[in-house]
Design a protein around this ligand. Structure first.
Ligand SMILES: [Zn+2]
Ligand SMILES: [Zn+2]
Length: 169
């Protein structure tokens, strides 16, 4: 028989992230539900970008039954609480990540792989940058191009096409 997990297993108030979420829920008059903490806990274990589907599959894998809409709603809360960020890269479905150090996203337009790089020069530039009549909260930088794996593949395809052409001559 599966016993339902206690909320205490998830809502560890010694964890500063959990405490922040507690404060957010309290401030908005929202209930501290086991589902919400199960979702938060799972997110804390992920160090990469993830889609809602991927997150839901992981939570189901944890033996927890949460609906897609519960996952979606909790994600919205975490975004509003400034704990999570949504990225929509061109031509891809939304991806999420915890708010950590600012970084640049290198997006391969061929395979869709997203690589993160820390660029201290760019961060310093943006931190010093002031815009007229505008208060910067945060920024995202997406750089689109081709990853080395895809570039190699393209080169190989071109080379073999060239070879075939030579053979036919
Ligand atoms: Zn690629
Ligand atoms: Zn990222």
């Amino acid at each position: 028989m599966r016993t339902d997990p206690n909320i205490e297993d998830f809502a560890d108030s010694n964890n500063p992230v959990v405490r922040k979420f507690n404060e957010y829920l309290d401030a908005h008059g929202m209930r501290r539900t086991t589902e919400r903490y199960a979702i938060l806990n799972r997110i804390l274990s992920i160090n990469e970008h993830f889609t809602i589907e991927e997150l839901q599959q992981m939570i189901v894998g944890d033996g927890f039954h949460v609906s897609r809409s519960t996952v979606y709603n909790t994600i919205e809360l975490l975004i509003d609480a400034k704990m999570l960020r949504r990225h929509v890269f061109e031509g891809m479905q939304a991806q999420y990540e915890r708010i950590t150090m600012p970084h640049t996203h290198l997006v391969c337009t061929t395979c869709g792989k997203v690589k993160e790089v820390k660029d201290p020069n760019f961060a310093a530039f943006m931190n010093a940058r002031r815009f007229n009549a505008f208060n910067t909260d945060h920024y995202s930088l997406y750089v689109y191009g081709t990853c080395s794996t895809c570039a190699r593949k393209t080169k190989r395809t071109q080379a073999s096409a060239e070879e075939n052409k030579q053979k036919r001559k």
